[in-house]
Write a protein that binds this ligand. Structure first.
Ligand code: HEC
Ligand code: HEC
Length: 239
């Protein structure tokens, strides 16, 4: 285990102490304290950046520009325990749907620049394998192309499919691992559970590595709703 992996949860716990006290105080004192969006997202900035651009930590994901319904679904998932990361679960425990919607909308509209793409740390064979799965899938194993839903430019699709560009490899592989092990759930039918359980460890490593080395397209906005026909049904998407 690298020191960064050990340090990560410790850092998160320290931060959450401050952030949690802040949000609990807020919940109790509403509506007498000024309640601006800038104040609300202060509790998020240490880990996600003020504009949701992400931080250098390999595990804190970018939020900016992801579709609002996607972000809202995740905040609800953390609140209801369908996704588990104690600092996040704790932070949103007492927040209303309305409040979560407003936060989700705020981050969906942010357009901070993307960080430079990650440097490959795996062999070129592994990268090629990752690229092939993302762009073409593997029909023999019923794995659809990731790009069929996340888009060729990997910027996602409205209203609830997230972009995959600008995320660290560690974060992506942890999310796929969460679906495989059952610690992350999405609205049923949970297409990502079906897809992730068809991937091997090597596939996960390959797609996460390749995705993390990609550059965002010029106009990194999610594709319009229904502009791609998803190869599997996903509960978060209008049919
Ligand atoms: C202590 C650090 C920390 C703080 C503070 C924090 N987050 Fe997070 N957040 C994370 C981590 C780490 C994840 C990924 C957890 C996982 O699923 O493994 C995450 C995930 C998320 C996601 C899902 C992202 C995605 O692409 O699926 C959303 C949305 C989110 N956070 C919003 C917020 C908001 C809004 C706040 C402030 C109210 C906040 N976070 C505060 C660390 C933090
Ligand atoms: C049938 C459509 C579909 C396909 C194909 C698909 N995805 Fe997804 N993906 C989704 C949806 C919908 C979500 C949002 C799930 C939720 O609400 O939590 C998602 C979410 C994700 C996330 C979470 C992102 C974050 O910010 O936390 C990752 C990572 C991901 N997909 C990776 C992949 C990879 C890798 C592939 C290809 C092997 C793939 N997806 C193929 C529909 C799809």
């Amino acid at each position: 285990m690298s020191s960064r992996r050990i340090f990560r949860p410790l850092l998160a716990l320290l931060l959450i102490g401050a952030a949690g006290v802040y949000s609990a105080a807020k919940a109790q004192t509403q509506p007498t304290t000024p309640d601006t969006m800038a104040a609300r997202v202060q509790a998020c900035a240490a880990c996600h950046g003020t504009h949701g651009q992400g931080t250098d930590n390999d595990y804190f994901p970018r939020l900016a520009g992801k579709p609002a319904d996607y972000l809202f679904n995740q905040l609800q998932n953390f609140r209801e325990g369908r996704r588990k990361y104690p600092p996040m679960n704790y932070l949103v425990t007492y927040l209303s749907d309305d409040y979560l919607h407003q936060i989700a909308t705020y981050f969906s509209q942010q357009r901070p620049p993307y960080p430079p793409p990650g440097k490959p740390t795996v062999s070129s064979d592994t990268l090629a394998r990752g690229q092939n799965i993302v762009l073409h899938g593997d029909a023999s194993r019923q794995i659809p192309a990731c790009a069929a839903c996340h888009g060729k430019g990997l910027t996602g699709m409205e209203p609830a499919i997230p972009g995959l560009v600008g995320l660290h490899a560690d974060y992506i592989s942890a999310q796929l691992g969460g679906w495989r092990s059952g610690s992350r759930h999405a609205i049923a039918p949970d297409c990502m559970h079906e897809i992730a359980t068809r991937l091997t460890d090597d596939d996960v490593n390959a797609v996460a590595s390749w995705l993390s080395t990609q550059t965002a397209p010029q106009n990194p906005v999610p594709a319009p709703a229904r502009s791609m026909k998803t190869p599997l049904a996903c509960g978060s998407e209008p049919q």
